[in-house]
Write a new protein. Structure first.
Length: 67
């Protein structure tokens, strides 16, 4: 246990893995990706109601399969 504590206290955080960008840049990229994916999801809203056979008269089961 003493060896582990010694190794952890002697290492500098910048020597372990230097970042190529500031941490806030990584967060900004993640926000942009999630916003783009959210826009794609939002753009497909109400697609099923655009088809006339889904909203045809005769109940919710217009194709007659009986499910």
């Amino acid at each position: 246990m003493n060896l582990l504590v010694t190794v952890l206290t002697e290492t500098d955080a910048h020597e372990l893995a230097p970042l190529i960008m500031p941490p806030l840049a990584f967060a900004g990229i993640a926000v942009a990706v999630f916003a783009a994916l959210g826009f794609v999801t939002w753009s497909y809203r109400d697609v099923a109601n655009r088809h006339s056979n889904k909203t045809a008269k005769g109940g919710h089961d217009a194709h007659g399969a009986g499910h």
